[in-house]
Structure formats: structure tokens, C-alpha cells
Design a protein around this ligand. Structure first.
Ligand SMILES: [Zn+2]
Length: 281
């Protein structure tokens, strides 16, 4: 998979590599599914790539780039919440610190990524702070989170913060080219994804979900709701989806969709309410 939409950030890291001004701590901020994790891999490749012309980094072909890509590079390690836990523990951070104190195995940058860094336990955050205060040479710690404010101020103040923008509709549609979706389906998926590429791909893969939605939409357009074929929660769910599409394509109609959704929530007749909505769209 390639990265799209992060050109500015990549250029920023390339410039930092050229001038040797790499920070020892970064916080990557943005909602989930927009490629932040993948981007850390590119940063690691950029820093450790063997290509001497930095403008051509990362080459993706040298042994460093390949090891990073396949997750076998000893100096590029990601820490995340363990499967049966809900926090990043102090043990995990201690082990990470130990690895950093030994220094880089391959002689380049020693990079650690902490995914979902907002789930770090307070005592683990304190331990992390110590290594950020006095980082060993060529250490880079990257914290990934959509909620930087949930991190201690002491960590925030020692880190460079990189914000990731959400993807544009055009970028998402372009990335979904290979999923064989028709125009209607593309509109549906990209409007539901609301800028999250990960979410868009997840939806595009879910044929059953797309077909169900299309069936309901077809029934809706033909006014087949009057016989109350759908359950209340199904109707509400449908209107939530319709709302996210309308928000995109006909923002002036959003109000009426949300209003009808709230009517249905409050036990109005589903068929009649949807019929009123259909006639007003
Ligand atoms: Zn390379």
C-alpha cells in the first residue's frame, strides 16, 4: 500500500533529514484510519535508508528499507496495547527504554512507535518522560494519537507535533479505483468515510453492507416504506447513512433528514415519516 495525502509531512521529514535536525520525539495527531501508522514506516525508512541522495529517500529497495517494510528491522519497533489489556503498561515502556539504551543495532536511527499513545498509563508516561528528557543518540520516539491533549503536558512540551489532515473526497475515490464500485457506491462509501481512508477501504470491502444499503435506498426512492417493512432501528440507521451522504451532496437537505430521523426515534409511523422525507428531497 502506498501513502497518499501526506506529501507535506514527507517533505518535512526529508528536509529534517537533510539538515540533520531530527527531533527525538514526535506526536502524530489525526483521526484513525488516515495512514499515520503507515507514515511512521516511511519516516523510519527515510531515516535509515542507504540511498545517499536524500532527495531519493526512501528508496524502498535497500536492505534497510526492506527490513522496515517487512517488520524485521531491529531498530524499528512498535508498541501497542496488548491483546488482553486496555492500557500500555509500564513494563512495556521499561522494555522499550532498555532497547533504546543499548543503542541502534544496525547503526542508524533507533525508532520506537507508540500506537494509541493516549492509552499509556500515568506511571508508564512518567517512565517515558525520563527517556525523552535525556534521549540516547539517534533515538526517535513517535507517539500516535487522535487525542494529544490526553498526554501529559511534560511529554507534549518535549515533542514535535505533526498534524495529519483528513483525505479529500477525490483522494478517497481515487484510492478505491480497484474495488469495482459503481458511481452510486463510490458516493456512498466516500461520504460515509468522512475523510478516513481506512474506513473507506473497510466499507468498500463489505459487499453485503453496500448491497443492503442500496436495496433500502431503492425501496426508499420508490416509496415502498409505507407498509412498515423495516424495523425502527433499521430506519434510524438508514437515515444516519442518508444523512452522511446528504451532508456531502445536498447540505441544504441535511436538516430535514435529521429531523425525520428524530421523528422516527420518537415513535412516529416509520412508513409515513419516510414518505414525507422522500417527497421533500
Ligand atoms: Zn532504502
Amino acid at each position: 500500500m502506498r501513502i497518499i495525502g501526506h506529501i507535506k509531512q514527507i517533505d518535512m521529514f526529508r528536509a529534517a533529514t537533510e539538515s540533520g535536525k531530527i527531533h527525538s520525539a514526535y506526536i502524530f495527531v489525526g483521526q484513525s484510519g488516515i495512514g499515520k501508522k503507515l507514515f511512521t514506516l516511511k519516516v523510519a525508512q527515510m531515516l535509515n535508508c542507504q540511498e545517499t541522495n536524500i532527495k531519493r529517500r526512501p528508496c524502498g529497495l535497500c536492505s534497510q528499507c526492506k527490513k522496515i517494510e517487512t517488520g524485521t528491522h531491529p531498530d524499528f519497533i512498535t508498541i501497542s496495547v496488548l491483546e488482553d489489556k486496555s492500557w500500555i503498561s509500564i513494563e512495556q515502556i521499561r522494555e522499550m527504554i532498555k532497547g533504546l539504551q543499548y543503542g541502534s543495532v544496525m547503526g542508524g536511527y533507533n525508532i520506537r512507535v507508540i500506537d494509541e499513545a493516549h492509552l499509556i498509563k500515568p506511571e508508564a508516561a512518567n517512565a517515558l518522560l525520563k527517556i525523552l528528557e535525556e534521549p540516547p543518540k539517534n533515538t526517535v520516539v513517535i507517539l500516535i494519537t487522535p487525542m494529544p491533549k490526553s498526554l501529559p503536558q511534560t511529554i507534549l512540551s518535549r515533542s514535535a507535533i505533526v498534524y495529519f489532515n483528513i483525505f479529500s473526497d477525490a483522494e478517497i475515490r481515487d484510492e478505491l479505483k480497484d474495488f469495482n464500485l459503481d458511481e452510486d457506491e463510490l458516493n456512498f462509501v466516500s461520504s460515509l468515510a468522512m475523510g478516513s481512508l481506512g474506513k473507506a477501504i473497510e466499507l468498500a470491502k463489505d459487499r453485503k453492507f453496500i448491497d443492503e444499503y442500496k436495496n433500502i435506498l431503492a425501496d426508499f426512492k420508490e416509496g415502498k416504506f409505507v407498509n412498515k417493512r423495516y424495523e425502527r432501528n433499521e430506519a434510524v440507521e438508514f437515515l444516519n447513512m442518508l444523512a452522511s451522504q446528504v451532508r456531502f451532496r445536498q447540505p441544504e437537505k441535511l436538516g430535514v433528514v435529521l429531523k425525520m430521523r428524530d421523528f422516527i426515534r420518537r415513535n412516529t409511523n416509520i412508513g409515513l415519516t419516510l414518505e414525507v422525507l422522500r417527497l421533500s428531497l
